[in-house]
Design a protein around this ligand. Structure first.
Ligand SMILES: Nc1ncnc2c1ncn2[C@@H]1O[C@H](COP(=O)(O)OP(=O)(O)OP(=O)(O)O)[C@@H](O)[C@H]1O
Ligand SMILES: [Mg+2]
Length: 333
């Protein structure tokens, strides 16, 4: 039995938008699995289906062995869900929030207080538990959110963008907590993120998702090495014959993949040192000059680029996350 298994899972919203498109995944027990994708890729929609908050339009999904459509109650008993946006009450203390949540989850009373003590310890909020959440930092709130998802010791924990909007140091801290709870409880974790580094650091396996569709699945390491082990990025002085140059490069045996974004060309290769002189030579033959060139190791962002033709980082600036959030909140309410 898998922790999570879906088969051709799809969701079409009322407006006709296919937010999740025939997603099939298998997640082993104890695995940390990540959905890596840009804004609007369908990550939260998938999580909402798996946590039984949304009905799929078609396809099947099983969580902890239970069917999300026909055994929703059983699914809910076995999962923890930490939403993208914080759900804690700011005017209650940290502990009061957890008590409230424990009651909503019908946690047995005798078990509840000890459980809350333990979990506050794990997320290191014991000292601040009697203070109102309004006084907490973003990282502390997120830790409290995560604590809430752990209260009934779920078999499968869902974390929707666990470090969104946090500064880099706080993000690293949250990664440590996620690793710690994973070691401590051994549960399976399904997380979504659009930070490639997060997927890289935390996940055993990931799927890259874009426009509701899975583009590729594998361990971060295998995805990166499938591109060859090196990346050469260069720019030329003119893009008139860029297409010719790209097709010339694609014909070279040590070249795995070539992508272009305006005048920036990215070449995935098994041997960067050997490739670089060839790039100069081919460009020269076409009457072009190479203006900048650099050799790096592939990142998951490169993997994303090679499968979607777009840069994962690009989306961040153009998109007004707050506005979109507000819009969705209204639709969903
Ligand atoms: N209730 C809804 N009705 C119509 N469209 C929706 C609804 N909820 C989400 N969408 C759209 O479905 C797509 C997927 O949204 P979703 O929130 O699942 O993406 P996401 O990957 O979680 O994005 P983000 O990184 O912004 O959280 C988006 O295009 C979004 O605008
Ligand atoms: Mg989302």
């Amino acid at each position: 039995m898998y922790a999570i298994e879906t088969d051709l899972l799809s969701k079409i919203y009322k407006n006709g938008l296919k937010a999740v498109d025939e997603v099939s995944i298998k997640i082993e027990n104890g695995e940390i699995f990540g959905f890596l994708g840009p804004n609007g890729a369908g990550k939260s929609t998938t999580i909402m289906i798996l946590t039984t908050l949304l009905k799929p339009s078609s396809g099947k999904a099983f969580v902890a062995g239970f069917d999300v459509a026909s055994q929703a109650k059983k699914v809910r008993e076995n999962i923890g869900y930490v939403q993208q946006d914080s759900t804690v009450d700011e005017y209650l203390t940290g502990r009061e929030n957890l008590i409230l949540q424990a009651k909503l989850n019908h946690l047995p009373k005798e078990f509840m207080q000890k459980q809350i003590d333990d979990i506050l310890g794990i997320v290191e909020l014991t000292d601040r538990q009697h203070e109102q959440v309004v006084t907490y930092s973003g990282g502390m709130r997120k830790r409290l959110d995560i604590a809430g998802g752990l209260l009934h010791r779920p078999k499968v924990l869902f974390l929707d963008e666990p470090t969104l909007g946090l500064d880099i140091q706080t993000r690293y801290k949250i990664w440590e907590y996620i690793k710690k709870i994973h070691t401590e409880f051994g549960m399976s974790i399904f997380l979504t993120t659009h930070y490639m580094e997060e997927a890289d650091k935390l996940c055993d396996n990931i799927s890259i998702i874009d426009h509701g569709k899975i583009k590729v699945t594998g361990s971060p390491r295998s995805l990166k090495s499938s591109l060859g082990n090196e990346v050469v990025v260069f720019e030329t002085d003119s893009d008139e014959k860029l297409d010719n140059l790209i097709s010339d490069l694609k014909a070279i045996s040590i070249v795995k993949e070539v992508t272009s974004d305006a005048s920036k060309i990215t070449v995935f290769t098994t041997n960067g040192d050997l490739l670089m002189p060839k790039i100069f030579q081919q460009a020269n033959e076409l009457g072009m000059k190479v203006e900048t060139i650099s050799l790096t190791k592939p990142t998951l962002d490169d993997v994303f680029l090679s499968y979607t033709g777009r840069d994962l980082r690009e989306d961040n600036g153009k998109y007004d996350r707050k506005k979109e959030r507000e819009r969705l909140r209204k639709i969903r309410a």
